[in-house]
Design a protein around this ligand. Structure first.
Ligand code: SAM
Length: 399
């Protein structure tokens, strides 16, 4: 990789740190991962402190490239150009990005559409919805990943679905697919089961649901289907509910409605979180357990579930475990709401999202239909991000 740095530089230790990192990276030093995150955070705060300094956007662009967030790298270099760093070599970097990008025809078009990060995000969101509505989930995904990358400069960009499909095929042919899935989710299980939060962090996590577009969309959708059951005391179950933030949003939305008094039940394997959340949310019944204890009837749950919500949990379960959970639920559930990365809905096999074996994306249509569910609706996320691209509503046999 070739790179160059501007003079004069910004006189700030965060800038020096980024330069140091670039040197290490170009030397091929291995232990750069943790440092990269720190440098990335440093660049983020530099951009906030020096929004008009082209050098800051330029060095941020280099760092984003090393972080595999090509979309941010491209936007940042364009920003540096806009702020006056419009020399031939800087232009050449942007031209090269645009040449290699299947979504953009020429640099001028990109510059016109990316006057600000908000206009660019808005453009990608509308394209993602356009292709989603046409049923082209591969393209909808490409645009959605751009949105996610721009909204999260601290996260790398995920690779496109057609490449994941090829990767899945290679693993399948080599008989290493199950190992590929397992190595991915083992890391995630360790992560989720080891998280221990104190009371105030659990409280913060619950309130986080109040302000985020994706959470609000999930809660809104859940409330719509709860109302559609026309029950006075519907039983709502969330599997993998963490601290109950989503159930709590649902509770708040329904609390002004005297005609509905839901039974809200959450199942969560992380005991520490359920104990702390139970103290804060007495209107929610928490059970410590996982999909296995559910399937083996190890929990005292409602016989019939009017609405079951599974948000960002299937992505950390093996394909067989997803199937078993669906089979168990289909005869007991009226509506199932899956909030996840859903762009492999119509695929043939579960795939692994990359880079760094992020999580699994399941071929939900086959899995649902093979286990007694009928898909009722599929809704794209208003603002897609890496872990949530949409919602699937499915009807179980309890209809
Ligand atoms: C990515 S978080 C999602 C939390 C919450 N549903 C949300 O959307 O914010 C994954 C959750 O699934 C839980 N989980 C992990 N393995 C599970 C399993 N086998 N069965 C049920 N839940 C599980 C984790 O403890 C964690 O709370």
């Amino acid at each position: 990789m070739e790179t160059y740095l501007r003079q004069p530089k910004i006189d700030d230790p965060r800038y020096d740190q980024a330069v140091e990192f670039i040197k290490m990276y170009l030397r091929g030093d291995h232990d750069t991962h943790d440092f990269l995150r720190k440098v990335n955070l440093g660049c983020q705060s530099l951009r906030e402190d020096y929004p008009k300094a082209p050098e800051v956007w330029h060095i941020s662009s280099i760092i984003e490239r090393m972080f595999d967030n090509i979309e941010c790298s491209k936007y940042f270099i364009a920003r540096a150009i806009r702020l006056g760093l419009d020399e031939q070599d800087t232009r050449a970097i942007l031209d090269k990005y645009i040449d290699e990008d299947i979504l953009w025809g020429d640099t001028e078009g990109y510059l016109r559409q990316s006057q600000s990060i908000d206009t660019l995000i808005e453009y990608y969101v509308s394209k993602a919805h356009h292709y989603f509505n046409k049923g082209d989930f591969d393209l909808a995904d490409i645009y959605s990943q751009r949105v996610s990358a721009l909204n999260n400069p601290l996260l790398s960009q995920l690779v496109e679905i057609p490449k994941l499909r090829d990767e899945t095929k290679i693993h399948n042919d080599r008989n290493t697919l199950d190992q590929h899935y397992k190595s991915t989710i083992d890391i995630l299980h360790q992560h989720w089961t080891n998280i221990a939060l104190d009371n105030s962090d659990v409280e913060k996590n619950i309130h986080k649901y109040n302000g985020e577009a994706d959470r609000l969309q999930m809660a809104e959708e859940a409330v719509k289907w709860i109302r559609a059951t026309e029950k006075r005391s519907p039983a709502i179950l969330e599997i993998g509910c963490f601290a109950g933030g989503l159930l709590n949003e649902i509770y708040k939305s329904l609390s002004s409605d005297e005609d509905i008094s839901p039974r809200l039940v959450g199942v969560e394997p992380n005991e520490n979180i359920t104990v702390e959340a139970g103290k804060l949310l007495p209107h929610i019944e928490f059970h410590v357990g996982d999909h296995k204890s559910l399937v083996s009837y190890g929990l005292n749950l409602p016989e019939l579930i009017d609405v079951c919500i599974i948000s960002r949990v299937f992505s950390i379960l093996m394909p067989d475990d997803v199937e078993q959970t669906l089979e168990f639920l289909s005869s007991r559930t009226h509506f199932l709401i899956i909030c996840d990365d859903i762009f492999n809905l119509n695929g043939e096999q579960t795939m692994v999202r990359m880079p760094s074996n992020f999580f699994l994306i399941h071929n939900f249509r086959d899995k649902l239909e093979n286990n007694g569910f009928m898909i009722e609706d599929v809704i794209m996320a208003n603002v897609p991000h890496r872990e949530f691209t949409g919602i699937i509503i499915a009807k179980g046999r309890q209809n």
